[in-house]
Design a protein around this ligand. Structure first.
Ligand SMILES: [Fe+2]
Length: 68
């Protein structure tokens, strides 16, 4: 169970990195490349969704491991 929590935390960290990169590209594209900016806004939404899912798994697994 502990290994699983470590993996989930690693995924959340990776999602944080992806979110930060998307935000950076969105800023860099502002007033310069609208198509790429729009694409990155879509990807940002996806990455935020992934992060939310894994934060949910983390909460669930931490709750389960505290019961055992
Ligand atoms: Fe992701």
């Amino acid at each position: 169970m502990n290994d699983l929590v470590t993996v989930i935390k690693g995924v959340i960290k990776a999602e944080d990195g992806a979110i930060a990169q998307c935000e950076k590209i969105i800023r860099l594209c502002d007033q310069v490349d609208f198509v790429r900016q729009d694409l990155c806004v879509t990807v940002l939404g996806d990455e935020q969704e992934h992060r939310r899912a894994f934060v949910g798994y983390l909460t669930e697994f931490e709750r389960k491991s505290s019961k055992h």
